[in-house]
Design a binder for this molecule. Structure first.
Ligand code: ADP
Length: 373
């Protein structure tokens, strides 16, 4: 045993205390003993006990009460209860109150020792999980705080650039005219484009942090699904044209579907699917949007004939910050957050989202299903 595990035995029978001290001590445990519940609880307060073995039936405090108190003082300490009368009821009550396990008296020492070792492993795993969760929370809070701080100056920069671009040729009070030479104009346009990208990124990170923390609220209303799809297509039209990609629509023959959803967020998901399809498809490629209605669901598919996704990455692309091409010199910009936000949005609507692809070079299909009602 590498680390010394501290075990406390609470039992009013001296014979049992001595026997366990000897047997567990021989196995490398540091063993403390207490002849009643009160003393046991005091020892738990003072020592960093990993595992407690407590008798159930003792004069003074009984084992179940002792268990409850220990869990209050040191919730991470694992407790094994020893039931003398093979009483199923007390055993179950102990488990309900947080006991790690129970063992019937008279017990086999090897069995008990194995149980102590498993209880200790569980305690270690739980504390690792707690520190990971705390770290994750800290990271989320940090990201949210930083993005919030970035948002204000970014808005100011965007506003200033827009003003500069719009004021060209406008006469001011002293009849001075702004006139930029070609290079200055190009540079301003670059700053404008990149600032817009950064704004989208910061907004995505902030929204994602809100979704993770459960603060993101949907604004649901009954909406025409065709309208949402058309808005999304309009949004990406110029990007598609810049890559000579044609977006085709295959909408259902029957009339429109009315869906109870947050239209802005569903449009965001479709826009994201479309932007990705355009981003990850070669010039002149094809992207199509289609949707169909079943009894109580609507299913939307965005399909492209672009670079495709290998099988092992089909689920991973929905993980936060995951990008199939991790290389720094990759062509397409992005943070790998888009699809994880889409997933959150669809899940908040109680829908399903997934990706399909026959493999690399064979195009992709991004699909979601939403309940209509
Ligand atoms: P981003 O595009 O910002 O990297 P996303 O979360 O939108 O982030 O997508 C995650 C990853 O999924 C992308 O980096 C890309 O590798 C892959 N991906 C998404 N859409 C497609 C698509 N239509 N074709 C091929 N790969 C895609």
């Amino acid at each position: 045993m590498e680390e010394k595990i501290k075990v406390l035995v609470i039992d009013d029978e001296r014979g049992i205390r001595d026997m366990l001290s000897y047997a567990l001590g021989k196995e490398g445990y540091i063993v403390f003993t207490a002849e009643n519940g009160e003393i046991g609880i005091e020892k738990v307060k003072k020592e960093d006990i990993d595992v407690v073995i407590t008798d159930i039936k003792m004069p003074g405090l009984d084992g179940v009460t002792v268990l409850g108190k220990i869990k209050e003082i040191k919730p991470n300490t694992e407790v094994i209860v020893a039931t003398g009368y093979a009483s199923m009821e007390t055993a179950i009550e102990s488990l309900r109150k947080g006991a790690y396990d129970y063992i019937n008296k008279p017990f086999n020492i090897n069995e008990l020792s194995a149980l102590v070792s498993k209880a200790y492993e569980t305690k270690q795993l739980k504390s690792q999980l707690v520190s990971l969760k705390e770290l994750d929370k800290l990271k989320d809070e940090f990201i949210a705080a930083v993005s919030h701080e970035l948002k204000t100056p970014l808005m100011a920069i965007s506003g200033a650039i827009e003003l500069l671009l719009a004021s060209e040729g406008v006469e001011d009070e002293e009849n001075l005219q702004f006139k930029y030479d070609e290079n200055t104009k190009k540079i301003l346009e670059i700053i404008d484009r990149q600032t817009k990208k950064m704004r989208v990124l910061v907004n995505n990170i902030l929204d994602f942090a809100k979704m993770e923390a459960g603060f993101f609220v949907l604004k649901k209303q009954k909406t025409s699904f065709i309208k949402i799809v058309n808005e999304a297509i309009k949004e990406v039209q110029s990007l598609a044209e810049s890559k000579k990609i044609e977006i085709t629509k295959q909408l259902p023959v029957e009339e429109d579907v009315t869906v109870n959803c947050d239209p802005d967020q569903i449009e965001r998901v479709i826009t994201n699917f479309l932007t990705n399809s355009i981003k990850y498809t070669q010039e002149g490629g094809k992207v199509s949007v289609s949707f169909e209605k079943t009894d109580n669901e609507v299913k939307l598919t965005v399909e492209d004939n672009g670079k495709g996704i290998d099988k092992e990455n089909l689920e991973k692309v929905f993980e936060r910050f995951y990008r199939v091409d991790q290389s720094l010199n990759r062509k397409e910009s992005g943070a790998g957050l888009g699809l994880s936000i889409c997933k959150k949005i669809i899940e908040l609507h109680n829908g399903k989202i997934w990706a399909e692809s026959e493999g690399l070079g064979k195009g992709s299909r991004f699909i979601f299903k939403l309940p209509i009602g």
